[in-house]
Write a new protein. Structure first.
Length: 453
């Protein structure tokens, strides 16, 4: 049997494809290439006074510009991850081989052929801008699989060799200058080298930065998935514990009731009656804890959100701590402010944070519980008067089973469950603390139809 927390990978597991990530930069880069080709033709026509077939060259550059203009639309249809749609999902399931990588690879091949035609009409192999062949090959090595890279390498080699047979000679590029004289060919080589270096540096840098950003997002998703798996394990543990412990608790309650009745009938032993009543009260307390544990572990996100007044919500949290009721100070910015939240789950999350604050605060010191609405967010703030936390502890405070309390005082689940509650509602839980200055827990949630009653 495969454990629930370690599901097997699907047979067609998605592979990270850098081509969609680099697609926006490819569009910008090809726009720059088109502009460079126009400038190159203008130099040959105006500066060198060469007679060029402008109609053919214009048609080639127009095709490149048109393909670049259509590239974002085609990329979205064929499965750009940052523009999901139903067509992309359907096509990725039925034809995974056809995607952004095939589009980009085909365009690189098309650009290589266009460059070959332009070079053939402007000097052929003697044109120093033949160095631009390497730009396409470099780009393919960064964003495409090695099959495309080898294809472009072979295509560029064949096209460059073809230039020896079909090119149009430009005497100004073939003549070598005498020592001390200006060489147009060497100047062109320098410009071509600088252009290639700038294009490669710009594109590779942007593509690498975008890939690193995607890696960071993937790491965050993996950490979140690991947290959800641990939460699922906790839910199973909580449900099992509640089921197993409920039966003996019921037996203890019945036995305590019988002892109380027997003591009342036999001479009315007051001490024995008080002990039986104490046992029953503690059993009821255990039942209440099990109910709350079951609510936390059974995914409180399934509870329907409903309107709740801030003052009533915070009062319900304070009622959870009758022995420390006077220590909990409630503040509400606008007593009539209301919010829309899963009420039971919100009370559980806030109670867990308040309990941590009470445990951390020095004896008799107050704990602040504040609620406020800020535009499209609602914020709950819990501030204690404890010793504070170091940076290392702050980084781990939301991890399950992590606690700084003495043994037997806590399981390290309060902050973790509150963090999971916030994430499920699209919010966040953060902590601010410095050693010796206490700690502030801030629970922020999106305001869903917040209003003023």
């Amino acid at each position: 049997m495969i454990p629930a927390s370690r599901a097997p990978n699907p047979p067609n597991e998605a592979r990270f494809d850098p081509a969609p990530v680099a697609l926006p930069w490819i569009v910008r880069l090809r726009n720059g290439v088109v502009a460079g080709e126009v400038a190159l033709i203008a130099v040959f026509w105006l500066a060198l006074r060469l007679s060029l077939p402008l109609a053919i060259l214009g048609a080639v550059i127009s095709l490149q510009a048109l393909s670049n203009w259509l590239l974002p639309t085609v990329g979205a249809v064929y499965g750009r991850p940052d523009r999901p749609n139903s067509k992309a999902r359907a096509r990725s399931q039925t034809a995974p081989a056809v995607g952004a990588e095939a589009i980009v690879g085909s365009l690189f091949c098309f650009d290589t052929l266009c460059l070959t035609l332009i070079l053939a009409l402007t000097g052929g192999p003697s044109n120093p801008f033949s160095l631009l062949y390497l730009v396409q090959i470099t780009f393919s090595a960064v964003v495409l699989r090695k099959t495309w890279t080898w294809t472009l390498g072979v295509l560029a080699t064949l096209c460059f060799g073809l230039l020896f047979w079909i090119s149009r000679d430009v005497p100004a590029l073939q003549a070598h200058a005498a020592p001390g004289e200006f060489s147009l060919h060497l100047l062109g080589m320098w410009i071509a080298f600088a252009t290639s270096a700038l294009l490669i540096s710009f594109f590779v840098g942007k593509a690498s930065a975008e890939a690193r950003r995607k890696d960071r997002e993937l790491l965050v998703m993996q950490n979140r998935l690991a947290r959800n798996e641990r939460l699922a394990s906790l839910a199973t543990l909580a449900a099992g514990a509640a089921h197993e412990i409920a039966t003996p608790l019921a037996t203890i309650a019945v036995a305590a009731k019988e002892i109380e009745h027997s003591a009342e009938r036999a001479a009315g032993d007051g001490r024995l009656i008080e002990d039986a009543q104490l046992i029953r009260s503690q059993v009821e307390r255990c039942r209440s804890i099990l109910e709350r544990l079951g609510a936390q572990g059974a995914d409180p996100a399934g509870e329907a959100p409903r309107p709740a007044r801030f003052d009533e919500l915070l009062a319900q949290v304070r009622d959870r701590f009758p022995d420390d009721r006077e220590r909990i100070q409630i503040e509400v910015e606008g007593a009539s402010t209301s919010c829309v939240v899963p009420r039971r789950a919100a009370v559980e999350a806030l109670s867990a944070l308040v309990k941590n604050a009470l445990d951390a605060s020095r004896a008799g010191k107050p704990v602040l519980l504040r609620a406020a609405a800020h535009h499209d967010r609602i914020r709950f703030l819990i501030r204690d008067a404890g010793e504070g936390m170091t940076r290392e502890i702050l980084e781990r405070v939301s991890e399950p089973f992590f606690t700084t309390k003495p043994a037997g005082k806590g399981m390290g689940l309060g902050a973790f469950l509150a963090h999971q509650f916030a994430q499920r509602l699209g919010g966040e839980l953060s902590f601010e603390s410095q050693p010796g200055r206490g700690c502030t827990a801030i629970l922020e949630l999106p305001a869903q139809n917040n209003g003023r009653s």
